[in-house]
Design a protein around this ligand. Structure first.
Ligand code: ATP
Ligand code: MG
Length: 400
């Protein structure tokens, strides 16, 4: 006997009223997409349940993929057997034996098929007895079990599950539109991307790159981070903006203390143009409050002036430590701390204004025409499509 199904429970989506159909369809599609490398696996829905049919594939390997899909609340490996008491006993024992570190258990039988001859209460006792006589050192505890063996006798078959694995929660990616993630290569922005995705948002990424001041490896680092994010969603298009010339111009033409603020405003201006091209309706950043000069309330107010797109800032209320913990959990930390230089760490003014005012910045910007350089940066964008496949990244243009 072997687990042949994964049962997927989706929580929050049940609350979504009219949209529930779209959410469930998207979840099914996203799970199917994540496990398509396994031959013959299928995601099915019956009577408000979602199941993966394993079709002989390694249950743990498929589970590993499924639990990283947003919208899953919890998952369980399941065995499907005929509605036959002996078969159900055997399967319940198998499910119990496959749990780890189990000392206390509980059996819960749900008899949906009223034609099944043994009633739930009686079936509970039959199975409990069977499990006790066929295991060593395991006892029944209905209040605090290590594992609950759940038996659902349905019309078509009986499903038996034991351990419950937590899913990622959130909403299925693709149900909340798209956002353009400003991805820097630091610790924060990949976490911000992950959190936007958690709300069902599909992301594309934009990265400002300043060769030769920033190396090829710093660009690869950003692509690697994007790759790590695809684990939780779809392919990600990364737009690499050649930023050197515009950055040099800013630092040459603008007062040193305001260069940082103006550079950030340029990033938003260029990002907005990419949004227009790609029909994206919002930006996502890893900005926080109070960490550095560019992240004061005044600074945010002044930088924000150049766009009226909604800006999702998932980290704005978080402590640095919380962000670091999350980056460990999602697997981006080790890449983020690689030492390759970022464009913002190279062009750093000696004493940036921590409280830049809109009118001052507008005045300085009016003294020089950046239009041509902005357009040149936009025209020079290289777009790379990152997929969750194992093979090396393919460039978007190569695919066309
Ligand atoms: P991170 O850890 O994400 O680099 P940070 O704490 O270093 O963030 P800042 O340098 O102030 O903070 O950057 C704030 C946000 O601006 C980043 O989280 C990111 O969204 C965006 N950003 C900064 N530099 C770049 C870049 N080179 N390309 C794209 N986005 C960037
Ligand atoms: Mg940074």
């Amino acid at each position: 006997m072997e687990f042949d199904h994964i049962l997927i429970r989706y929580g929050e989506m049940a609350l979504k009223g009219k949209n529930i159909k779209q959410f469930i369809n998207q979840l099914q599609q996203n799970v199917q997409q994540k496990i398509k490398e396994f031959p013959g696996v299928k995601v099915k829905r019956t009577q408000g349940r979602m199941f993966v049919l394993l079709n002989g594939n390694d249950p743990k390997a498929v589970m590993e993929k499924c639990k990283n899909v947003f919208g899953t609340q919890s998952l369980s490996l399941a065995v499907k057997v005929e509605n036959d008491v002996e078969k159900i006993k055997e399967a319940a024992l198998y499910a119990l034996n496959n749990g780890e570190n189990i000392h206390k258990f509980k059996v819960t039988v749900k008899r949906i098929n009223k034609d099944f001859p043994v009633r739930s209460q009686e079936m509970n006792q039959v199975l409990g007895g069977h499990l006790l006589t066929n295991t060593d050192g395991i006892t029944v505890d209905v209040h605090h079990p290590d594992v609950e063996v759940k038996v659902e006798i349905r019309n078509e078959a009986t499903y038996i599950t034991s351990s419950v694995v937590p899913g990622l929660g959130g909403l299925p990616v693709g149900t909340s539109g798209k956002s353009l993630l400003l991805l820097s290569g630091g610790i924060d922005s990949p976490v911000a991307g992950f959190l936007s995705m958690k709300r069902g948002v599909e992301i594309e990424a934009i990265h400002f790159h300043s060769p030769p001041y920033t190396s090829e490896r710093s660009k690869q680092k950003v692509l690697d981070l994007a790759k790590q994010l695809t684990k939780y969603g779809k392919s990600i298009k990364v737009h690499i903006v050649p930023f050197t010339k515009l950055q040099q111009e800013i630092f040459r033409e603008m007062p040193d203390a305001y260069a940082m603020t103006i550079m950030r405003r340029m990033m938003f201006r260029i990002s907005e143009k990419v949004c227009e091209q790609e029909s994206i309706l919002s930006l996502t950043t890893g900005e926080n409050l109070g960490q550095v000069a560019s992240q004061t309330m005044e600074s945010m107010h002044t930088i924000n002036e150049v766009t009226n797109y909604p800006i999702i800032r998932p980290l704005v209320t978080m402590d640095k430590q919380e962000v670091i913990e999350l980056s460990h959990e999602i697997g981006t930390y080790e890449t983020s701390i690689l030492p390759y230089e970022d464009c913002c760490t190279i062009f750093v003014p000696k004493s940036p204004k921590t409280k830049p005012k809109r009118d001052k910045v507008n005045y300085y910007e009016s003294t020089h025409d950046f239009t041509a350089s902005i357009q040149e940066a936009v025209n020079g964008i290289e777009t790379i499509k990152i997929t969750d496949k194992k093979d090396p990244t393919e460039t978007f243009h190569d695919l066309l």
